[in-house]
Design a protein around this ligand. Structure first.
Ligand code: MTE
Length: 327
Protein backbone atom coordinates (compact mmCIF):
# COMPACT_ATOMS: atom_id res chain seq x y z
CA UNK A 1 0.00 0.00 0.00
CA UNK A 2 1.36 3.42 -0.92
CA UNK A 3 1.62 6.27 1.52
CA UNK A 4 -1.47 8.57 1.45
CA UNK A 5 0.60 11.47 0.08
CA UNK A 6 1.60 9.32 -2.91
CA UNK A 7 -2.03 8.56 -3.59
CA UNK A 8 -2.71 12.19 -4.32
CA UNK A 9 -3.99 13.34 -0.94
CA UNK A 10 -4.29 17.07 -0.55
CA UNK A 11 -4.68 18.29 2.97
CA UNK A 12 -6.91 21.31 3.54
CA UNK A 13 -5.07 24.55 4.21
CA UNK A 14 -5.65 26.06 7.68
CA UNK A 15 -8.07 28.69 6.31
CA UNK A 16 -10.32 25.89 5.04
CA UNK A 17 -10.64 24.29 8.44
CA UNK A 18 -13.46 25.38 10.70
CA UNK A 19 -11.84 26.23 14.02
CA UNK A 20 -12.60 23.37 16.38
CA UNK A 21 -14.06 25.70 19.02
CA UNK A 22 -16.40 27.38 16.52
CA UNK A 23 -17.47 24.00 15.19
CA UNK A 24 -18.15 22.55 18.64
CA UNK A 25 -19.92 25.75 19.62
CA UNK A 26 -22.24 25.50 16.63
CA UNK A 27 -23.05 21.88 17.41
CA UNK A 28 -23.80 22.71 21.06
CA UNK A 29 -26.00 25.55 19.94
CA UNK A 30 -27.97 23.28 17.61
CA UNK A 31 -28.37 20.70 20.34
CA UNK A 32 -29.61 23.36 22.70
CA UNK A 33 -32.10 24.61 20.12
CA UNK A 34 -33.41 21.07 19.69
CA UNK A 35 -33.44 20.32 23.39
CA UNK A 36 -34.96 23.65 24.33
CA UNK A 37 -37.73 23.38 21.78
CA UNK A 38 -38.61 19.98 23.11
CA UNK A 39 -37.97 20.48 26.78
CA UNK A 40 -36.93 16.86 26.86
CA UNK A 41 -33.18 16.72 27.09
CA UNK A 42 -31.65 15.70 23.80
CA UNK A 43 -34.46 15.53 21.27
CA UNK A 44 -36.92 12.74 22.07
CA UNK A 45 -37.95 11.09 18.84
CA UNK A 46 -41.70 11.58 19.14
CA UNK A 47 -41.27 15.29 19.58
CA UNK A 48 -38.69 15.39 16.82
CA UNK A 49 -41.33 14.03 14.43
CA UNK A 50 -43.64 16.88 15.25
CA UNK A 51 -40.83 19.34 14.75
CA UNK A 52 -39.69 17.74 11.53
CA UNK A 53 -42.93 18.80 9.88
CA UNK A 54 -41.94 22.42 9.94
CA UNK A 55 -39.72 24.04 7.36
CA UNK A 56 -36.35 24.87 8.84
CA UNK A 57 -37.03 22.70 11.91
CA UNK A 58 -33.99 21.41 13.76
CA UNK A 59 -32.81 17.92 12.84
CA UNK A 60 -29.68 17.26 14.79
CA UNK A 61 -27.41 14.28 14.39
CA UNK A 62 -24.61 13.03 16.60
CA UNK A 63 -21.18 13.22 15.04
CA UNK A 64 -20.71 10.14 12.89
CA UNK A 65 -18.16 7.50 13.79
CA UNK A 66 -18.07 6.08 10.24
CA UNK A 67 -14.56 6.32 8.76
CA UNK A 68 -14.28 9.27 6.37
CA UNK A 69 -17.70 10.66 7.34
CA UNK A 70 -16.48 13.99 8.68
CA UNK A 71 -14.08 16.20 6.75
CA UNK A 72 -12.41 19.11 8.51
CA UNK A 73 -12.80 21.23 5.37
CA UNK A 74 -14.85 24.35 5.81
CA UNK A 75 -18.51 23.78 4.90
CA UNK A 76 -19.97 25.75 2.00
CA UNK A 77 -22.31 28.47 3.24
CA UNK A 78 -25.89 27.35 3.72
CA UNK A 79 -26.96 30.12 1.40
CA UNK A 80 -24.79 28.82 -1.48
CA UNK A 81 -25.85 25.22 -0.89
CA UNK A 82 -29.55 26.12 -1.03
CA UNK A 83 -29.52 28.55 -3.97
CA UNK A 84 -27.15 26.84 -6.44
CA UNK A 85 -28.90 23.55 -7.17
CA UNK A 86 -29.46 20.89 -9.76
CA UNK A 87 -33.04 19.65 -9.46
CA UNK A 88 -34.38 19.49 -13.02
CA UNK A 89 -37.94 18.76 -11.89
CA UNK A 90 -37.89 22.41 -10.79
CA UNK A 91 -36.06 23.88 -13.79
CA UNK A 92 -32.64 23.51 -15.38
CA UNK A 93 -31.09 26.76 -14.19
CA UNK A 94 -29.07 26.59 -10.97
CA UNK A 95 -31.23 29.31 -9.43
CA UNK A 96 -34.59 27.75 -10.45
CA UNK A 97 -35.14 25.21 -7.63
CA UNK A 98 -34.75 27.77 -4.81
CA UNK A 99 -37.43 29.87 -6.51
CA UNK A 100 -39.86 27.18 -7.62
CA UNK A 101 -39.54 24.19 -5.25
CA UNK A 102 -41.94 25.68 -2.68
CA UNK A 103 -44.69 23.75 -4.52
CA UNK A 104 -43.19 20.41 -3.41
CA UNK A 105 -45.16 18.85 -0.54
CA UNK A 106 -42.73 16.82 1.58
CA UNK A 107 -45.53 15.63 3.91
CA UNK A 108 -47.26 13.23 3.97
CA UNK A 109 -44.60 11.02 2.30
CA UNK A 110 -43.96 7.33 1.87
CA UNK A 111 -41.06 5.33 0.44
CA UNK A 112 -41.92 1.92 -1.04
CA UNK A 113 -39.13 -0.65 -0.69
CA UNK A 114 -39.74 -3.61 -3.01
CA UNK A 115 -38.35 -6.14 -5.46
CA UNK A 116 -35.80 -8.77 -4.45
CA UNK A 117 -36.29 -8.49 -0.68
CA UNK A 118 -37.81 -10.88 1.86
CA UNK A 119 -39.59 -8.07 3.70
CA UNK A 120 -40.95 -5.51 1.22
CA UNK A 121 -42.58 -2.59 2.97
CA UNK A 122 -44.00 0.88 2.41
CA UNK A 123 -42.32 3.11 4.98
CA UNK A 124 -43.96 6.26 6.22
CA UNK A 125 -41.57 9.20 6.60
CA UNK A 126 -42.11 9.20 10.37
CA UNK A 127 -40.98 5.57 10.53
CA UNK A 128 -37.88 6.38 8.52
CA UNK A 129 -37.00 9.30 10.80
CA UNK A 130 -36.97 6.85 13.73
CA UNK A 131 -35.41 3.88 11.96
CA UNK A 132 -31.83 4.59 13.05
CA UNK A 133 -30.01 7.26 15.06
CA UNK A 134 -29.39 10.45 13.08
CA UNK A 135 -25.76 11.25 12.34
CA UNK A 136 -24.09 14.36 11.02
CA UNK A 137 -21.84 13.67 8.02
CA UNK A 138 -19.77 16.39 6.44
CA UNK A 139 -19.19 15.31 2.85
CA UNK A 140 -17.55 16.82 -0.20
CA UNK A 141 -19.98 16.81 -3.13
CA UNK A 142 -18.50 17.12 -6.61
CA UNK A 143 -20.62 17.72 -9.66
CA UNK A 144 -19.58 16.38 -13.08
CA UNK A 145 -19.88 19.98 -14.32
CA UNK A 146 -16.72 20.85 -12.39
CA UNK A 147 -17.85 22.54 -9.17
CA UNK A 148 -17.86 21.23 -5.64
CA UNK A 149 -19.26 21.98 -2.19
CA UNK A 150 -18.80 20.71 1.36
CA UNK A 151 -22.14 19.99 3.03
CA UNK A 152 -23.06 18.90 6.57
CA UNK A 153 -25.84 16.33 6.07
CA UNK A 154 -28.03 14.66 8.68
CA UNK A 155 -29.19 11.09 8.14
CA UNK A 156 -28.19 7.47 8.58
CA UNK A 157 -26.41 4.82 6.50
CA UNK A 158 -28.55 3.31 3.75
CA UNK A 159 -27.30 -0.08 5.05
CA UNK A 160 -29.61 0.33 8.08
CA UNK A 161 -32.64 0.13 5.81
CA UNK A 162 -31.19 -2.59 3.57
CA UNK A 163 -30.58 -4.91 6.53
CA UNK A 164 -34.16 -4.55 7.71
CA UNK A 165 -35.76 -5.54 4.38
CA UNK A 166 -33.43 -8.54 3.89
CA UNK A 167 -32.37 -8.65 0.21
CA UNK A 168 -32.67 -12.05 -1.48
CA UNK A 169 -29.75 -13.76 -3.22
CA UNK A 170 -30.99 -12.29 -6.52
CA UNK A 171 -30.57 -8.67 -5.40
CA UNK A 172 -27.51 -7.32 -7.24
CA UNK A 173 -28.46 -3.67 -7.74
CA UNK A 174 -30.62 -1.05 -6.06
CA UNK A 175 -32.76 1.36 -8.08
CA UNK A 176 -33.87 4.69 -6.63
CA UNK A 177 -37.00 6.25 -8.12
CA UNK A 178 -37.78 9.86 -7.26
CA UNK A 179 -41.05 11.79 -7.29
CA UNK A 180 -42.54 12.79 -10.65
CA UNK A 181 -45.72 14.78 -10.07
CA UNK A 182 -46.69 17.41 -12.61
CA UNK A 183 -48.90 19.14 -10.07
CA UNK A 184 -45.92 19.83 -7.81
CA UNK A 185 -43.05 20.00 -10.30
CA UNK A 186 -43.11 22.59 -13.08
CA UNK A 187 -39.95 21.17 -14.71
CA UNK A 188 -41.75 17.97 -15.75
CA UNK A 189 -43.30 19.92 -18.65
CA UNK A 190 -39.86 19.83 -20.24
CA UNK A 191 -38.60 16.59 -21.75
CA UNK A 192 -34.98 17.26 -20.83
CA UNK A 193 -35.02 13.92 -18.96
CA UNK A 194 -37.22 10.85 -19.17
CA UNK A 195 -39.18 11.21 -15.90
CA UNK A 196 -39.15 9.96 -13.24
CA UNK A 197 -35.51 10.64 -12.34
CA UNK A 198 -34.04 7.20 -11.66
CA UNK A 199 -30.62 6.38 -10.25
CA UNK A 200 -28.94 3.13 -9.27
CA UNK A 201 -26.12 1.57 -7.28
CA UNK A 202 -24.62 -1.89 -7.08
CA UNK A 203 -25.78 -3.60 -3.87
CA UNK A 204 -22.33 -3.42 -2.25
CA UNK A 205 -22.12 0.32 -3.03
CA UNK A 206 -25.54 0.86 -1.46
CA UNK A 207 -24.43 -1.16 1.60
CA UNK A 208 -21.24 0.90 2.07
CA UNK A 209 -21.42 2.78 5.39
CA UNK A 210 -20.66 6.12 3.67
CA UNK A 211 -23.82 5.84 1.52
CA UNK A 212 -26.24 8.09 3.33
CA UNK A 213 -29.99 8.45 3.32
CA UNK A 214 -30.28 12.11 4.26
CA UNK A 215 -33.21 13.90 5.89
CA UNK A 216 -31.48 17.13 6.83
CA UNK A 217 -28.57 19.49 6.25
CA UNK A 218 -26.99 22.25 8.34
CA UNK A 219 -28.82 20.87 11.39
CA UNK A 220 -32.28 21.38 9.88
CA UNK A 221 -34.73 19.33 7.83
CA UNK A 222 -33.88 19.32 4.11
CA UNK A 223 -35.07 22.35 2.17
CA UNK A 224 -37.26 21.35 -0.80
CA UNK A 225 -34.65 22.36 -3.37
CA UNK A 226 -32.11 20.00 -1.79
CA UNK A 227 -34.39 16.97 -2.07
CA UNK A 228 -36.90 17.03 0.80
CA UNK A 229 -37.96 14.98 2.58
CA UNK A 230 -35.43 12.23 1.86
CA UNK A 231 -32.54 11.88 -0.59
CA UNK A 232 -29.47 9.82 -1.19
CA UNK A 233 -25.90 11.10 -0.78
CA UNK A 234 -23.07 9.03 -2.27
CA UNK A 235 -19.98 11.15 -1.63
CA UNK A 236 -17.47 9.36 -3.90
CA UNK A 237 -19.69 9.63 -6.99
CA UNK A 238 -20.65 12.63 -9.11
CA UNK A 239 -23.54 14.61 -7.64
CA UNK A 240 -26.15 13.28 -10.03
CA UNK A 241 -25.99 9.81 -8.44
CA UNK A 242 -27.58 11.31 -5.31
CA UNK A 243 -31.29 11.24 -6.15
CA UNK A 244 -33.59 13.74 -4.46
CA UNK A 245 -37.11 13.25 -3.05
CA UNK A 246 -37.05 9.44 -3.22
CA UNK A 247 -40.39 7.58 -3.38
CA UNK A 248 -39.31 4.06 -4.29
CA UNK A 249 -36.30 1.82 -3.65
CA UNK A 250 -36.24 -1.37 -5.75
CA UNK A 251 -33.84 -4.29 -5.35
CA UNK A 252 -33.19 -5.85 -8.76
CA UNK A 253 -30.98 -8.46 -10.41
CA UNK A 254 -30.00 -6.36 -13.47
CA UNK A 255 -28.19 -3.04 -13.71
CA UNK A 256 -30.86 -0.30 -13.74
CA UNK A 257 -31.11 2.07 -16.69
CA UNK A 258 -30.72 5.47 -15.07
CA UNK A 259 -32.26 8.77 -16.22
CA UNK A 260 -28.86 10.21 -17.19
CA UNK A 261 -27.80 7.07 -19.06
CA UNK A 262 -31.03 7.24 -21.06
CA UNK A 263 -30.38 10.93 -21.82
CA UNK A 264 -26.76 10.43 -23.00
CA UNK A 265 -25.15 7.05 -22.38
CA UNK A 266 -21.82 8.16 -23.86
CA UNK A 267 -21.58 10.96 -21.29
CA UNK A 268 -23.00 9.33 -18.16
CA UNK A 269 -22.01 5.81 -17.20
CA UNK A 270 -23.64 3.69 -14.53
CA UNK A 271 -20.77 3.99 -12.04
CA UNK A 272 -19.94 7.70 -12.34
CA UNK A 273 -17.23 7.56 -9.70
CA UNK A 274 -15.37 10.84 -9.25
CA UNK A 275 -12.22 10.20 -11.26
CA UNK A 276 -9.75 12.94 -12.25
CA UNK A 277 -8.22 10.62 -14.88
CA UNK A 278 -11.38 10.01 -16.90
CA UNK A 279 -12.76 13.16 -18.48
CA UNK A 280 -16.37 13.75 -19.38
CA UNK A 281 -16.65 14.56 -23.13
CA UNK A 282 -17.52 18.18 -22.33
CA UNK A 283 -15.84 18.87 -18.98
CA UNK A 284 -12.40 18.05 -17.59
CA UNK A 285 -12.58 16.14 -14.33
CA UNK A 286 -8.98 16.92 -13.29
CA UNK A 287 -9.77 20.04 -11.27
CA UNK A 288 -12.75 21.65 -9.60
CA UNK A 289 -14.04 25.03 -8.45
CA UNK A 290 -15.25 25.21 -4.84
CA UNK A 291 -18.53 27.13 -4.72
CA UNK A 292 -18.38 30.27 -2.59
CA UNK A 293 -14.62 30.55 -2.65
CA UNK A 294 -13.16 34.03 -2.87
CA UNK A 295 -12.55 35.08 -6.45
CA UNK A 296 -15.73 33.44 -7.74
CA UNK A 297 -15.33 32.11 -11.26
CA UNK A 298 -11.69 33.21 -11.25
CA UNK A 299 -10.78 31.49 -7.98
CA UNK A 300 -7.87 29.09 -8.22
CA UNK A 301 -9.12 25.61 -9.03
CA UNK A 302 -8.20 22.70 -6.81
CA UNK A 303 -7.23 19.23 -7.98
CA UNK A 304 -10.02 16.68 -7.98
CA UNK A 305 -9.14 13.62 -5.92
CA UNK A 306 -9.72 9.98 -6.91
CA UNK A 307 -13.13 8.91 -5.59
CA UNK A 308 -13.51 12.51 -4.37
CA UNK A 309 -10.94 11.78 -1.64
CA UNK A 310 -12.76 8.71 -0.31
CA UNK A 311 -10.39 6.23 -1.96
CA UNK A 312 -9.19 4.66 1.33
CA UNK A 313 -12.79 3.82 2.19
CA UNK A 314 -14.22 2.79 -1.19
CA UNK A 315 -11.32 1.93 -3.53
CA UNK A 316 -11.65 -1.79 -2.77
CA UNK A 317 -15.17 -1.85 -4.23
CA UNK A 318 -13.67 -1.38 -7.70
CA UNK A 319 -10.61 -3.62 -7.49
CA UNK A 320 -9.95 -5.18 -10.88
CA UNK A 321 -12.36 -2.94 -12.79
CA UNK A 322 -11.24 -0.81 -15.74
CA UNK A 323 -12.69 2.53 -14.63
CA UNK A 324 -12.07 4.13 -18.03
CA UNK A 325 -14.45 1.59 -19.57
CA UNK A 326 -16.83 1.28 -16.63
CA UNK A 327 -17.07 5.01 -16.02
N1 MTE B 1 -32.40 14.34 -8.07
C1 MTE B 1 -33.49 14.61 -8.82
N2 MTE B 1 -34.65 14.00 -8.50
N3 MTE B 1 -33.45 15.48 -9.86
C2 MTE B 1 -32.28 16.10 -10.24
O1 MTE B 1 -32.29 16.89 -11.21
N4 MTE B 1 -29.88 16.42 -9.79
C3 MTE B 1 -28.67 15.71 -9.31
C4 MTE B 1 -28.79 15.26 -7.86
N5 MTE B 1 -30.10 14.68 -7.60
C5 MTE B 1 -31.10 15.84 -9.48
C6 MTE B 1 -31.20 14.94 -8.37
C7 MTE B 1 -27.47 16.51 -9.51
S1 MTE B 1 -26.94 16.73 -11.12
C8 MTE B 1 -26.74 17.01 -8.45
S2 MTE B 1 -25.22 17.78 -8.70
C9 MTE B 1 -27.26 16.94 -7.07
O2 MTE B 1 -28.56 16.38 -7.00
C10 MTE B 1 -27.29 18.34 -6.47
O3 MTE B 1 -27.67 18.32 -5.12
P1 MTE B 1 -27.75 19.71 -4.32
O4 MTE B 1 -28.61 20.65 -5.10
O5 MTE B 1 -28.33 19.39 -2.98
O6 MTE B 1 -26.34 20.23 -4.22
Amino acid sequence: MSHPSERGFVHPTPSEITPRAAYDGRRRWLQQVAAGALGAGLAGWAARDALAQAKGAPLVGAKSAVAGAVTMEKPTSRNDATTYNNYYEFGTDKSDPARTAHTLKPRPWTVAVEGEVKKPKVFDLDELLKLAPMEERIYRLRCVEGWSMVIPWVGWSMAELIRRVEPTGNAKFVEFVTLADRAQMPGLRSSVLDWPYVEGLRLDEAMHPLTLLAFGMYGEVLPNQNGAPVRLVVPWKYGFKSGKSIVKIRFVDKQPNTAWMKAASSEYGFYSNVNPKVDHPRWSQATERRIGEEGGLFAKKRPTLMFNGYEPQVGQLYAGMDLAKQF
